[in-house]
Design a binder for this molecule. Structure first.
Ligand code: ZN
Length: 378
């Protein structure tokens, strides 16, 4: 599958300026106005916009580079629940609103005889996205969880009515002819009377704001998939602020925070656990109860185990957020050396000082902790 770099025809080391330039080129090449009725061109136009949307944002780009194309576009980056589906949340309005940044000026709209893009009428006004932060335990992140949150959203006040804007005649845009890099074009800017909505408030209920909106607290249910990590963002479509008139609602953007676990450290999909065994346990062998994200398991500790040994419990780590695989739980064995001994105990160990059984004689399988870790992640 072509990744975002391929789509823009650039290398991974491209600078911000190169990314912008490459996108500009693609946007012109595949612009729907230059390729009327060509669905492939339109598809390429959208793909380029999506690629640019991610690569032009330092945080998104870092996340993309880290996760890879497949994982990024199918999960971690958001686009989830509420019918959003997949990350590809850019519609033509989003793309054209991006153009202000790319081409300078107020963006394009009203191509081809004033009909708006694709002849489909004017751009619809979208309500503001809202952001919340949801915090969950590692155990919740391991299996997925549904969280109910209270969100204060702006909604159209009961009884409010809207009428067609007299300034723009309902188009939401005031147009003018301008010379642009695509040639002489009809460009347009949002109508400043209706704010681009094409409608103004007709009847204003008591308590409504200038757009006819009131703030309402709503409980929103958010399905959080198993395997999420801190700093991932989910999107619940349509649960942001409502827009006035016949505009569309914004989205609710959910920033995930997975709390630190008291005993388990997470590293990607793997978990680490520090196990302490006593000297007699290490010498004689035993069994130990281990904390996992889905409960406790008992594991055998073989006689003569060395401090620094890492035991791998397959599949006891975190699931991948895309559902491909589950990580492991790595149990780090630490032999606990007693600090205070009775006289008898001290005498026993003193008598062992010259005993060859206590003489360190590491074998290949007893490599140091750091060497093991290096092996494991190389
Ligand atoms: Zn207007």
């Amino acid at each position: 599958m072509a990744d975002f770099y391929d789509i823009l025809g650039i290398s991974k080391s491209a600078t911000a300026a190169e990314i912008k330039k490459a996108y500009r080129k693609k946007a012109i090449e595949f612009h729907p106005d230059k390729n009327p009725g060509d669905e492939t061109a339109e598809e390429n136009f959208k793909k380029a916009a999506e690629a640019y949307e991610t690569l032009s944002d330092q945080q998104k780009k870092a996340r993309y580079d880290q996760l890879g194309h497949q994982a990024y576009t199918s999960g971690g980056a958001g686009g989830f629940g509420g019918g959003g589906g997949g990350f590809g949340g850019m519609d033509m309005d989003d793309i054209f609103s991006q153009f202000g940044d790319i081409f300078g000026g107020g963006g394009f709209s009203g191509f081809g005889g004033g009909g708006g893009f694709g002849g489909g009428g004017r751009r619809r006004v979208k309500g503001k996205d809202l952001r919340i932060r949801v915090s969950l335990t590692l155990e919740e992140a391991a299996v997925g969880v549904e969280k109910k949150v209270k969100v204060k959203r702006k909604k159209q006040a009961p009884g409010v009515t809207y009428k067609t804007c007299t300034t723009c005649g309902g188009s939401g845009q005031v147009t003018r002819i301008q010379n642009t890099i695509l040639g002489r074009m009809q460009t347009s800017a949002p109508c400043n009377v209706c704010g681009g909505a094409g409608q103004t408030m007709d009847k204003k209920p008591a308590g409504a704001d200038a757009q006819g909106l009131v703030i309402d607290e709503e409980t929103v249910s958010i399905k959080i998939p198993a395997g999420v990590e801190s700093d991932m963002r989910l999107k619940v479509s349509g649960k942001g602020n409502e827009a006035p008139g016949n505009g569309i609602s914004g989205d609710l953007l959910v920033d995930i925070e997975v709390k630190e676990h008291a005993e388990l450290q997470r590293e990607g999909n793997n978990l680490h656990y520090d196990l302490y065994v006593s000297v007699p346990e290490a010498v004689l062998g035993t069994t130990k109860e281990i904390q996992t994200v889905t409960g406790k398991v008992r594991i055998p500790i073989e006689a003569g185990i060395q401090s620094g040994k890492i035991l791998r419990l397959r599949g006891k780590g975190m699931p991948n957020v895309n559902g491909y695989a589950t990580g492991d739980l790595l149990v780090h064995v630490n032999v606990w050396t007693p600090r205070n001994l009775s006289r008898d105990q001290k005498e026993f160990f003193e008598s062992m000082m010259a005993d060859s059984h206590f003489e360190p004689a590491p074998e290949k399988g007893d490599k140091s902790f750091f060497e093991k870790v290096k092996d494991m992640f190389s």
